[in-house]
Design a protein around this ligand. Structure first.
Ligand SMILES: Cc1cc2nc3c(=O)[nH]c(=O)nc-3n(C[C@H](O)[C@H](O)[C@H](O)COP(=O)(O)O)c2cc1C
Length: 200
């Protein structure tokens, strides 16, 4: 087994896959990695849908403009208000589910699988399409689809380290006036149908 830093650098978005199906045991290992992720207050506000049916994968490929890749399987990561433990972690479900997602990507790399993160939330139309295709019940919100399969392309391991993105210690006070923040309220992008995750 390769060491953790090697796996982190090796993980790349794979967009070409062989037809070889992914073994169920490996998918379970990916899900174990997902559910080992940290979450705020250990609320674990997640559920996962495993898709291996070609007919369903074809529906994703038809419906979602950035999800045309020929992967044989996918895991849909759901934010879940109905399964989360306690209510305090409600506001952090995107971070929590993203940590679970990254664990899946890294575990896939370690197992010799290729993977790609296909974003769904907070694009309302993608969220609606995935919810429709998977018949999602109330109380869950699809964060993404992770396409999984055996890779038919290779990519170089890499970091994207840039010294210019690193501030060692506090910024000098004079630079404060230039600071730009992300918009705090992106609620117009959020899925209206997405139930109890009222993180606006
Ligand atoms: C939130 C998120 C959404 C993404 N959505 C897509 C997508 O819909 N389709 C796609 O081909 N790649 C998608 N990607 C993959 C990025 O394009 C990719 O991570 C980035 O170009 C860096 O390349 P690397 O993953 O090989 O390091 C997504 C990545 C993230 C983190």
């Amino acid at each position: 087994m390769e060491d953790t830093l090697t796996v982190i650098m090796k993980r790349r978005s794979i967009r070409k896959f062989t037809d070889q199906p992914v073994e169920k045991e490996k998918i379970i290992q990916l899900l174990e990695a997902a559910m080992a992720a940290p979450s705020a207050m250990n609320a674990q506000p997640w559920e996962f849908v495993v898709i291996t049916e070609k007919s369903v994968m074809d529906k994703f490929r038809r419906a979602l403009m950035f999800a045309k890749m020929n992967a044989p399987a996918a895991i849909c990561v759901l934010g879940s208000s109905r399964m989360q433990k306690g209510k305090v972690g409600d506001k952090f479900w995107v971070q929590d589910c993203s940590a679970a997602t990254q664990n899946i990507l890294l575990a896939a790399t370690a197992l010799g699988l290729g993977s790609i993160w296909v974003g769904v939330h907070p694009v309302t139309i993608f969220s609606r399409q995935v919810s429709h295709i998977l018949n999602l019940p109330k109380g869950v919100t699809p964060l993404n689809l992770i396409y999984i399969g055996y890779p038919a392309e290779t990519k170089e391991p890499r970091t994207q380290y840039e010294e210019a993105r690193v501030q060692w210690g506090p910024f000098p006070p004079a630079e404060k006036k230039h600071a730009k923040t992300f918009p705090q309220d992106q609620s117009i992008l959020l899925d209206e149908q997405s139930n109890d995750h009222t993180d606006q």
